[in-house]
Design a protein around this ligand. Structure first.
Ligand SMILES: Cc1cc2nc3c(=O)[nH]c(=O)nc-3n(C[C@H](O)[C@H](O)[C@H](O)COP(=O)(O)OP(=O)(O)OC[C@H]3O[C@@H](n4cnc5c(N)ncnc54)[C@H](O)[C@@H]3O)c2cc1C
Length: 463
């Protein structure tokens, strides 16, 4: 049945469903249209499945080193099909809860693919077939893996980040084409589970987007864990065997290949032209910081905008778009966006690295404090890693932070809050941090930046 809504949201990923809930909270009638599963990439084939599997490999890591803590174990074996089953059950549970949450907010869910008929009219095709009309439309259709025409995925031996999640056995050997954050998370996972992992990266380093401090540290760490890394190499073709041929003619073999070379905006079948919307050269939907597109009443959020392809950014943009669609005024600021790579050890960043700050022409200095000197890190034997802050030496304002090590994903929240509120190093030093905790590393690195760390010996003074 055709219906009219105040707001229609296309795509129920972390961008779309959050926008729908916010708009409903603000009293609007809301339609949420999803052609696959509620929760989008993040819940079904992204953040949650990977982190569920990584929690298995992390536990395995802990069990393997139990003897260091005085715990004797017997032989350890891996039942990967059970890890996968647990991953599927976790997704299913969250999906069910999400459906209940959306319904409790009086949001009408349509199971269909949406396409524009005009700026205010959508044609739905799928389980639900109808037309809906809405004053405001929020596009949250996300992204899909880039498939390279020279070596398309067959999803049995040549996999992408979605099909690799369907494996029921650990591949004895795995070649990962692409050393970005998704490739490195899978490298960490399967190396811990016993695969012989090789990363092939076209750029001079893995994790290039995270900057040289992170990529140098992780290259050393990965190599120490037995992960082979080849940089400055280009793949020419991959046969179904699979056999990889590099552009210099070298061949490599593995049981499985993961192609993880990036993601592209998912706008196919939306018929954007009927709404008068064009995409950028790279296929993204251009938006301003109120998440408005060039067409009045149409907003876009999340991966499809290409702004920062992270779930929490999509959700934040969803809140902002919903508020603006409801007549409030809100804007997104991207200066304090935390980003985490869930490798072992974890990597987390916020704001500028030293190199980025210097490139921007900012006055910037960095200080780095090792986990080795933190009591809690010694207690739990998690001494690998460091925390670094980048700051303005004159005003002492924090410009960025990087942390690699145990619990980095949680620890970065303090620096995100500090940066969002333009706090200085003094505010971190003046904050009492509980002892013994890993969070004390921020207190120490801030004190170090100000020249007076407690748990590092003083610099030798000139005689
Ligand atoms: C392996 C992997 C691991 C990741 N790990 C992390 C992580 O740890 N942390 C993090 O922050 N991010 C992570 N990401 C990225 C994160 O998943 C995305 O940034 C996030 O899902 C984007 O949210 P979104 O709402 O923009 O789009 P999506 O989550 O992609 O959702 C878009 C939805 O729109 C639907 N849709 C598309 N077109 C239509 C249409 N025409 N009609 C109806 N429905 C449509 C799709 O079916 C989909 O469900 C990961 C991604 C991958 C692939």
């Amino acid at each position: 049945m055709n219906r009219k809504f105040d707001i229609a949201v296309i795509g129920a990923g972390p961008g779309g469903y959050v926008a729908a809930i916010k708009a409903a909270q603000l009293g609007k009638s809301v339609a949420l249209i999803e052609k696959q599963e509620l929760g989008g990439t993040c819940l079904n084939v992204g953040c949650i499945p990977t982190k569920t599997l990584l929690s298995s490999s992390s536990l395995l890591h802990q069990v393997r080193r139990a003897a260091e803590f005085g715990i004797e174990t017997g032989p350890i074996s891996i039942a990967y099909h059970k890890m996968k089953a647990r991953k599927d059950a976790v997704i299913e549970k969250i999906r069910k809860n999400l459906e209940g949450l959306l319904k409790s907010n009086q949001i009408t869910i349509y199971r269909a693919s949406a396409q524009f008929e005009s700026p205010h009219e959508l044609k739905l095709t799928g389980v639900d077939n109808c037309r809906i009309f809405a004053e405001q439309i929020i596009i949250a259709t996300g992204s899909i893996p880039v498939d390279v025409p020279a070596f398309p995925c067959n999803h049995t031996t040549i996999l992408d980040s979605t099909s690799i999640l369907e494996l029921t056995q650990v591949p004895p050997s795995l070649i990962i084409v692409g050393g970005g954050y998704i490739g490195c998370e899978f490298a960490s996972l399967f190396a811990e589970l016993g695969s012989k992992v090789t990363i092939l990266e076209a750029l001079p380093s893995i994790l290039a987007a995270q900057g040289p401090t992170v990529s140098d540290f992780m290259t050393r760490t990965f190599k120490a864990k037995g992960i082979s890394i080849q940089t400055n190499v280009k793949v020419a073709k991959i046969s179904n065997k699979p056999q990889i041929t590099l552009t210099d003619g070298t061949t490599l073999h593995a049981d499985k290949v993961l192609v993880s070379v990036g993601r592209k905006p998912y706008t196919q079948s939306l018929c954007l032209e009927k709404a008068g919307l064009a995409t950028t050269e790279r296929g993204f939907i251009a938006v301003n910081d109120a998440m408005e597109t060039e067409i009045r009443g149409i907003f876009a959020i999340g991966d499809v905008t290409g702004k920062s392809m992270l779930a929490h950014v999509a959700s934040h943009q969803g809140l902002v778009a919903a508020m603006n669609a409801c007549g409030l005024k809100a804007h997104v600021h991207y200066d304090a966006v935390p980003a985490v790579v869930f490798t072992s050890p974890e990597i987390a960043t916020v704001g500028f690295s030293l190199e980025q700050a210097q490139e921007k022409g900012l006055r910037a200095q960095a200080a780095t404090f090792p986990f080795q000197a933190i009591g809690k890190a010694q207690a739990s034997n998690d001494t690998e890693g460091f925390a670094q802050v980048v700051f303005d030496p004159k005003t002492k304002q924090i410009l960025g932070a990087t942390i690699i090590g145990h619990e980095a994903s949680n620890l970065i929240a303090e620096m995100a809050l500090a940066m969002q509120n333009e706090l200085t190093l003094e505010s971190i030093v003046d904050t009492i941090h509980a002892h013994p905790t890993m969070a004390e590393v921020w207190h120490e690195v801030a004190a170090l930046s100000l020249g007076s760390p407690i748990h590092l010996p003083p610099k030798k003074r000139a005689p």
